[in-house]
Design a protein around this ligand. Structure first.
Ligand code: ZN
Length: 259
């Protein structure tokens, strides 16, 4: 049997404590709902830990990341309060193979923008409108188990194009909104050895993370982003000794390689 997938959920955990409307939907924090969803869908196959903004190092110490296969990231109100040193640490963990699943407003998080290198900004409108999520790559592992071509979120926040991201390596969901916009709502990229997934549905004043299709997508995304592949070093190395003899007899001017 495979070892359980080690998932850490980072939730900034601000709105659930400051806004009654959000607390009503997520009384124990959004992380608790996501944790239950992962545990009910994956059972013994997952081991979930929680990290929040107020914990030392936001709960994302070197030791925690070393024990994390996939990090889920929720942030909205406090992106700027995430320490740059923690962002750097998460970036390095991703490059070395840890998966990162960025949820909804995490499009504006420091870590998402750092990994993608663009503004990651978009059109948005909170009008409790219908969102229709279309599966545009039915063979993608993250949509595994969805049984319809599309599904609806009755009340959603509109996120619309243009979404300023680098072209996704993989695009599997496209959303249409009642007000007219469209949005690339399920995307994946590789960064170093790691996999980065973005799932846009999930605004905190609507019960979107209670919806079975969304829970399934998040669960699949966590599994999909889990570390895989071979040896990754990710750093420049000057190989002075070739693996087999080189005939040129070239003499290196080492001063060219120094500043
Ligand atoms: Zn939102």
């Amino acid at each position: 049997m495979n070892a359980p997938l080690r998932v850490t959920i980072f939730n900034e955990f601000v709105h659930e404590r400051t806004h009654p409307a959000v607390r009503e939907i997520y009384p124990h924090g959004m992380h608790a709902t996501l944790k239950s969803a992962l545990e009910s869908l994956l059972g013994q196959g997952v081991n979930v830990s929680i990290a929040t903004l107020e914990m030392p190092e936001h709960g994302l110490s070197e030791a925690v990341l070393a024990q994390t296969d996939v990090l889920l990231w929720w942030g909205h109100a406090a992106h700027d309060l995430v320490a740059d040193a923690v962002v750097d640490r998460v970036q390095h963990a991703v490059l070395k193979g840890m998966g990162l699943v960025a949820l909804h407003s995490a499009h504006a998080s420091k870590i998402f923008r750092k990994l993608l290198g663009t503004s990651c900004m978009l059109r948005w409108r909170e009008a409790a409108e219908l969102e229709r999520v279309w599966v545009i790559d039915p063979g993608h592992p993250i949509v595994d188990g969805l049984t319809t071509e599309c599904f609806e979120i009755p009340h959603s926040e509109m996120y619309g194009e243009h979404f300023d991201i680098p072209p996704p390596d993989e695009l599997f969901l496209l959303s249409w909104f009642e007000g007219g916009e469209v949005f690339r709502s399920g995307c994946a990229w590789r960064r170093g050895k790691g996999t980065l997934v973005y799932l846009s549905p999930g605004h905190e004043t609507f019960p979107i993370y209670h919806q079975p299709q969304i829970q399934l997508l998040i669960c699949n995304a966590a599994r999909y982003a889990s570390p895989r592949g071979g040896l990754y070093l990710g750093q420049g190395r000057n190989i002075r000794e070739p693996l087999s003899p080189i005939a040129s007899g070239h003499i290196v001017d080492e001063s060219l390689h120094r500043r």
